[in-house]
Design a binder for this molecule. Structure first.
Ligand code: ZN
Length: 177
């Protein structure tokens, strides 16, 4: 099977997320399962293009716990639009970059229709700095960090950072159940 065959298979696996009868009821476990299945088809190609990200993402998939994820309806709608673009993409490298972006949108908490970077209007994703024990928002375009609640710009060097968990987001009152 050539790379286009692999891409087709990966899209097929992901379609489970977006073809759910009711997108709003799709469970985290199902989303994770679809992501892992799609990843198996793409891993070796992505490794050639983005070895650093491949390492990071393999680790993340190994350690991720479905109950720790928050995947909101807005995150699902936003990723559905990305998925629709991906399935029509014919250029391999562009496809890979779109796949990476889709993984970010689904697996790192963000508020796609509510907020954007004050400096460049880029998208903001929520991370936890494990050394300083803080949750912060990071712009995926200019890299600026912000306080999640006050939007004040933060200057800190995160050496141990990972996407924020449900518990952390609740604890900081960024989300409410
Ligand atoms: Zn920015």
């Amino acid at each position: 099977m050539n790379i286009y065959g692999h891409i087709k298979k990966a899209n097929n696996e992901l379609s489970v997320i977006f073809n759910a009868d009711n997108l709003k009821n799709v469970k985290n476990e199902l989303i994770l399962q679809a992501i892992v299945s799609s990843w198996l088809f793409l891993k070796k190609f992505i490794k050639n293009i983005r070895p650093d990200w491949t390492q990071y993402f393999s680790n993340r998939l190994e350690n991720i716990i479905a109950e720790e994820l928050i995947i909101t309806n807005d995150m699902l709608s936003d990723s559905f639009r990305q998925y629709e673009r991906m399935i029509n993409e014919r250029e391999v490298k562009s496809y890979i970059y779109q796949y990476i972006k889709l993984m970010e949108t689904l697996l790192t908490f963000n508020k796609p229709f509510e907020e954007s970077c004050a400096i460049c209007q880029g998208e903001l994703f929520y991370f936890t700095d494990l050394v300083n024990s803080i949750v912060f928002k990071e712009c995926n375009t200019c890299g600026a960090h912000f306080d999640p609640l006050t939007d004040i710009r933060l200057v800190h060097k995160g050496t141990q950072v990972r996407p924020s968990t449900r518990f952390e987001l609740l604890n900081e009152r960024i989300i409410e159940l």
